[in-house]
Design a protein around this ligand. Structure first.
Ligand code: PEP
Ligand code: MN
Length: 336
């Protein structure tokens, strides 16, 4: 951290700032210029309440050097993390496909979808049992009954299951059935939930908040890692912009940016990021070309009858076709 003093700050102000920094247990390196003095703070600045320093007389601004996330940063772990979910490795050479309906609706629906996505090449099954819906009058999910059906679908196909956990009270129940816990976009900054899911030790799929910056997203991941859980996969699911032609805007930039800043795997959800099934395949190809480690795609046997997100769900045959084309891009960029 560097403290920039105001133009011609009084010596007393400089001395007082140095005294305060030392009192906090940090070293200092004072560089006195013609007009301005700059004080370098030596030590791990992430513990410092830097806003306090900005209030001191004569201080113009405080500039942070280190990233506020520590465990999530690539500085902490230069090699990319591979997150294992049962037999599936996310973040390795192979691109991972996660597919399934937005919500579990019935035994028939989830088993049929699980079998279809498996034969199309999916590695994991998705499906919500607890659904975060914008309207309290919309279908809210089958709750524990839905979790049981997901476990049945896993038994029938061998596909590990990822499903959303929406509240602290649900963590234990969801963890009993699921192989991976999803934190949804709306809960990305639910800090007690992040801590509890972190403590569960289960692999976590952390979706990016609808209006979250990359730094806020990585700080949310930091909560999980700081709770002792390093099995975190980040998911870009589109952010809110001024554009209305699509439900959200896929932030393709975020993929190389996150890959540079963090060692965690990152996957893309083109269903929620576009909101329309016709764009899923192209955006998926773009995501893989940009370096994403996988995709999570909504698939429903009868999208026109889906209880949620039908418009952004592929029919199983369309998913199978998309997988073939996406794999061509994966091969072109040196992925399996
Ligand atoms: C979902 O995966 O169905 C979902 C609700 O996702 P998000 O939290 O990204 O909106
Ligand atoms: Mn959905």
């Amino acid at each position: 951290m560097v403290i920039v003093m105001q133009d011609h700050a009084a010596n007393e102000a400089i001395d007082e700032t140095v005294r305060r920094v030392k009192e906090m247990g940090y070293g200092v390196n004072v560089s006195r210029g013609e007009e301005r003095t700059v004080i370098g703070v030596l030590g791990d600045e992430r513990q410092i309440e830097w806003e306090h320093l900005e209030l001191l007389p004569g201080v113009e601004r405080v500039v942070r050097i280190l990233k506020p996330y520590k465990l999530t940063s690539r500085d902490a772990r230069p090699d990319s993390t591979v997150v294992r979910v049962g037999p599936v490795a996310i973040g390795g050479e192979a691109v991972v496909f996660i597919a399934g309906p937005c919500a579990v609706e019935s035994r028939e629906q989830i088993i049929e979808t699980a079998r279809a996505v498996k034969s199309a090449g999916a590695h994991m099954l998705r499906g919500g049992a607890y659904k975060p819906r914008s309207s309290p009058y919309s279908f809210q999910g089958m709750a524990e009954e839905g979790l049981k059906l997901l476990a049945e679908a896993r038994d029938a196909t061998g596909l590990p299951v990822v499903t959303e956990v929406m509240s602290l009270e649900q963590v234990e129940t969801v963890a009993r059935y699921a192989d991976m816990l999803q934190i949804g976009a709306r809960n990305m900054q639910n800090f007690p939930l992040l801590q509890e899911v972190g403590r569960s030790g289960h692999p976590v799929l952390l979706k990016r908040g609808i209006s979250a910056t990359i730094e806020e997203w990585l700080m949310a991941a930091e909560y999980l890692l700081a709770s002792g859980n390093a099995r975190v996969v980040l998911c870009e699911r589109g952010i809110r912009t001024f554009e209305t032609a699509t439900r959200n805007t896929t932030d393709i930039n975020a993929i190389p940016v996150v890959k540079r800043l963090s060692h965690l795997p990152v996957i893309v959800d083109p269903s929620h990021s576009t909101g329309k099934n016709e764009y899923i395949e192209s955006v998926s190809r773009a995501a893989i070309a940009a370096g994403a480690d996988g995709l999570i795609i909504e698939v429903h046997p009868h999208p026109d009858e889906a209880l949620s997100d039908g418009a952004q769900s592929l029919r199983p045959e369309a998913f199978a076709g998309a997988v073939v084309n996406i794999k061509r891009v994966a091969a072109a960029v040196g992925r399996k």
